[in-house]
Design a protein around this ligand. Structure first.
Ligand code: B1M
Length: 214
């Protein structure tokens, strides 16, 4: 593939089948030929993972296929990260982030982190399967302006409430802004658990975090 359109098509197809080496190569080729990280993300990589999810729901793909597609996407994100995150913006605040207990999805969280960094946030990432106690300890240690909880499963969303309860019990709820997000999360759900903010995607998360900090 040599035209941007062909590169995007190949990126989509190779992510779908989880061909990580090829996805890496195509990401580099795209950058070398002047394509933006954003176009590769929003026009190929993310749509491809959406299709993976759709196939999984239909029973055409199983967990292994979902896993290798996710790995291919993560490899591309590693290459794109420095380009998306390094904007030289001033530090606008500290953002502590983690995927909730019981949930191993991290690609969406990582993308939010990258965009936050690009907007000038200092991001501390606690990783996946983060227990309420761990969030509490990290807030005490780092005193972030915002703490973000990601959940990608309907079965792990209730951890938002558990986390918020743990913050309240530790006397920290008034000292930190709580944001929540992840594929199944809605504004209504965020309101119901008592979060301060919700965003549907990475750029909306940056916008909302900035608004809340003001
Ligand atoms: Co899983 N998985 N998965 N999976 N997986 C989903 C999420 C699913 C929607 C697929 C489907 O059925 N269509 C479905 C959840 C259904 C539900 O509960 N509603 C699902 C399931 C069922 C499962 C398992 C239970 C499967 C099983 O074992 N039977 C299992 C659970 C494991 C566990 O966590 N305990 C499982 C496992 C996996 C893999 C490990 C194989 C792999 C994860 C790899 C990884 O993350 N390192 C995986 C993958 C790859 C997916 C899909 C295909 C892709 C996820 C992704 O990265 N999307 C996904 C289907 C889909 O999303 N369409 C699916 C791209 C990413 C950029 O988008 O994650 O939405 P997203 O993140 C967005 C926003 O949500 C938002 O911004 C991000 C960037 O724009 N956002 C925030 C995220 N965090 C935010 C925080 C904020 C604000 C915004 O503020 C704090």
């Amino acid at each position: 593939p040599s035209t941007p359109q062909e590169i995007l098509r190949a990126l989509y197809d190779e992510t779908l089948v989880g061909n990580a080496p090829r996805v890496l190569e195509l990401t580099r080729t795209g950058l070398d030929s002047g394509m933006t990280p954003e176009s590769m993300l929003f026009e190929a990589l993310i749509p491809s993972l959406e299709e993976v999810g759709a196939r999984f729901e239909r029973g055409d793909f199983f967990v292994p296929e979902m896993l290798i597609a996710g790995r291919a996407m993560s490899g591309a994100l590693d290459v794109l990260r420095p380009l998306l995150a390094d904007t030289g913006a001033d530090s606008v605040g500290t953002f502590l982030m983690g995927t909730v207990k019981g949930d191993v999805h991290d690609i969406g969280k990582n993308l939010v982190n990258i965009m936050l960094e690009g907007a000038g946030f200092h991001v501390i990432d606690l990783g996946v399967q983060v227990a309420p106690e761990k969030f509490v300890a990290a807030i005490e240690e780092h005193r972030p302006d915002v703490v973000g909880f990601s959940a990608f499963l309907t079965t792990t969303m209730p951890m938002f409430k558990a986390n918020i309860n743990a913050l309240t019990k530790a006397g920290l709820r008034d000292q930190v802004i709580v944001m929540v997000g992840g594929a199944p999360v809605t504004q209504e759900y965020a309101d119901a658990v008592g979060a301060d903010g919700y965003a549907a995607d990475a750029s909306a998360a940056v916008k909302r975090a900035k608004e809340l900090i003001q």
